[in-house]
Design a protein around this ligand. Structure first.
Ligand code: IMP
Length: 179
């Protein structure tokens, strides 16, 4: 692979470890939603796509899949990490049970914005499932119902996560040492 000789990458989570954690999440969610109708998985573009593809294939309950696209500017509480929706949902989530899927929660600003936005659409319920959690970098408190892995404060790439649009396609998650 193009990046295999890239010594600025330090592998933190192997492909096998990712698969194991995603399938455990899938079992948990399938159990919790076994008797729930109208489940809508909302995947946040673009980072969560890899996670959603794997997780959704581990689910044994019916669901509708939809995507929401965002751009985030700023990373402080004052700027409130201004988020702009670049692609809205196609599905009407009013009266539906929404499971919001994110690749990583870091400051929490993006998730906080998304939850506020989605709640105005009157879903019956809304829960949050994330693959990576970095609680040490939180600026705003956000509810997380399902989490794959908790990590220390490092910048990570792979499994959908990018640095300037690179590294998304890595099958593992690695810390990126930026020069
Ligand atoms: P938050 O708003 O700070 O919680 O960050 C959410 C978004 O920032 C994620 O959906 C990612 O797109 C991006 N992000 C945050 N931390 C990282 C990281 O360590 N690597 C790659 N992207 C990140």
């Amino acid at each position: 692979m193009e990046y295999s000789q890239d010594n600025s990458l330090e592998i933190l989570l192997s492909e096998e470890e990712i698969i194991a954690r995603v399938s455990r999440l899938g079992e948990e969610i399938s159990r919790d939603y076994a008797n729930v109708d109208d489940l809508v998985l909302v995947s946040v573009l673009r980072g969560s796509v890899y996670f959603v593809v794997d997780l959704s294939r581990c689910l044994t309950v019916p669901f509708t899949l939809d995507f929401i696209g965002i751009n985030k500017y700023g990373n402080t509480k004052d700027s409130m990490g201004i988020v702009r929706i670049t692609k809205d949902l196609d599905v009407n989530i009013s009266g539906k049970n929404v499971l919001l899927l994110e690749d990583i929660v870091d400051t929490g600003l993006t998730l906080n914005y998304l939850l506020k936005n989605l709640r105005t659409r009157n879903p019956l319920s809304i829960r949050v499932c994330i693959f990576l959690d970095m609680p040490g970098r939180r600026i705003v408190d956000v509810p997380v119902d399902y989490r794959g892995v908790e990590m220390q404060d490092v910048f990570v790439v792979g499994y959908g996560l990018d640095y300037q649009e690179r590294y998304r396609n890595l099958k593992y998650i690695a810390a990126l040492k930026k020069d």
